[in-house]
Design a protein around this ligand. Sequence first.
Ligand code: ADP
Ligand code: MG
Length: 247
Amino acid sequence: MLLSLQGLTKHFGDLPVLHAIDLEIQQGTTTVVIGPSGSGKSTLLACINLLEIPTSGSIRLGERQLRFSPAGKPNPRAVQAFRRETGTVFQGNHLFPHMTALENVMVGPIAVRRMNRADAQAKAIALLEQVGLGAFRDRYPYQLSGGQQQRVGIARAMSMEPQILLFDEPTSALDPELVGEVLEVMRSLIRSGITLIVVTHELEFASRAADRVLFMDQGAILENGTPEAVFAHSRHERVRQFVSRLA
Ligand code: ADP
Ligand code: MG
């Protein structure tokens, strides 16, 4: 397994948001996470990339393992090292507004990985070409459509060569006509063999692209199965209702 969560719990103050999540994700697979608003999908991703520190439990990603306890914070260096193994694309645009597309994709490798400028630039150009934006590299975010901005965001996440890419509703803020181009880039990443976890309500994408679908409900994984099993044959009334509203 590339990623294993064991008994992963997250509380915000007194509010329990994730309840002892166990999850295993195989390298090179795509996992789609669905579920009602407030069920803990974003918090699950945030606990995997350690933007939030879990309250208890453990996470293993590749060779790295971290254990969490309410009694003490994990070692900050270990957290940093772990974070660098993940890349995240959020719903909204989180590009640096004062940097061009190219600079947005170069900045991580230079600042964090200490890559030299020429190498970082060559790599960023290749990544922008991979997401179909080779000709747009000198544009600033405000000169790009929402779909193009998300594609730059994907290239930026890839620039750090993460072991796993996390997407939190990457197309939810987009005009409908821009959704397809972002999903197409995600499909090309899947073909390239990278491991993805995607929170999305794009049923069609999930059905075709996902190896596994997780349904989250009230901070727990209510169901974890193939798209066919979850979308067409769920034993759970809540899942069937949710899916029928999406379709
Ligand atoms: P989803 O992404 O499935 O909509 P979230 O993970 O964003 O759900 O939220 C799960 C629950 O955790 C919600 O009740 C939400 O209000 C709460 N929550 C999320 N982030 C925070 C936070 N930073 N502080 C306090 N409560 C939070
Ligand atoms: Mg969310």
